[in-house]
Design a protein around this ligand. Structure first.
Ligand code: ATR
Length: 277
């Protein structure tokens, strides 16, 4: 039988868990599809995407460092992708137009609300970082109507830029920017969207940001024991979560867009993350 072809494009891409996740989704739902990884040369992202669809490919996920290029390349962007300035999901519509979506924010929100049972509504949220990762998730976070969102960043002017960009989406949420040292806690939820953990660094947030009722989330999925999560545990945070659930939920959202079918993410979560000791 003919299988529809999907892939993740990145550089590097060999570490990507997306082929495994979508392979599990396909097996579980019985969808006739294959999902591979494609390493695009750094200067040839557009050619790689066009070649993939020209050969009959049905959908792509896009990862580092191509998410902004995917956004630029698209003919049509979803509202959330438009605002995110980056796309992680591509497909063609019936007229052959290249459609772009961004499922990262939906993945984060669903992991927090549905998997971890943490509502964002009326809560006081601190977001660390103001790069592409944070811009990608801010819209869906604000849509949950938190009471307050403070974006703290080493380079404060970048946090202020995001506050301006998302001012229209804030509704009744008080949206503000700060430096790490000046944040006023404790917060109900802290999301680390900096890449500091990759360098073994810790964003210098005061200990007063955390109480024993704070939920802490590190979007760096590859490491459940980041310096940030270790610090949060030492401060006695109520819950400390890594980004594995977000990774699986953003994939599930892409799968739904492509196939119109919702996979069961809980079983995939168990496959990817052995239960905590
Ligand atoms: P990404 O797409 O992963 O968001 P990015 O756009 O380069 O990557 O953004 C990286 C984010 O991590 C930024 O908020 C950056 O802070 P600056 O804007 O001040 O550069 C933050 N970051 C990176 N390394 C950090 C560190 N060692 N300590 C604190 N913040 C760090």
């Amino acid at each position: 039988m003919h299988n529809d072809l999907y892939a993740v494009v990145g550089n590097p891409v060999s570490h990507s868990k997306s082929p495994r996740i979508h392979g599990l989704f396909a097996a579980q739902t019985g969808e006739a599809m294959e999902y591979t990884a494609i390493q695009a040369p750094l200067e040839e992202f557009a050619e790689t995407v066009r070649g993939f669809f020209a050969q009959g490919g049905k959908g792509l996920n896009v990862t580092v460092p191509f998410k902004e290029q995917a956004w630029e390349l698209a003919d049509v962007r979803s509202d959330r992708a438009q605002k995110a300035g980056a796309a992680n999901t591509l497909y063609l519509d019936e007229s052959g137009r290249l459609m772009a979506d961004n499922t990262d924010g939906a993945g984060l929100v669903r992991d927090l609300t549905y998997n971890a049972g943490v509502s964002l509504r009326d809560r006081k949220i601190l977001i660390l970082g103001a790069g592409g990762a944070v811009r990608g998730v801010l819209g869906p976070i604000l849509a949950e109507q938190p009471a307050e969102v403070t974006i703290a960043n080493r380079t404060v002017v970048k946090a202020q830029g995001l506050v301006s960009l998302f001012a229209d989406d804030a509704g009744n949420t008080s949206l503000g920017a700060a430096g790490f040292a000046t944040v006023k806690g404790p917060f109900d939820i802290i999301v680390n969207g900096t890449s500091a953990s990759l360098m073994g660094d810790l964003p210098p947030v005061p200990d007063t940001a955390i109480s024993d009722r704070t939920v802490v989330y590190d979007m760096m999925y590859a490491a459940s024991t980041t310096p940030f999560n270790k610090w949060a545990r030492e401060q006695g945070a109520e819950k400390v979560l890594d980004g594995v659930g977000m990774l699986i939920e953003q994939a599930a959202e892409s799968f739904r867009i492509w196939r119109g079918v919702s996979p069961d993410t809980k079983t995939v979560m168990q496959e990817l993350r052995p239960p905590m000791a």
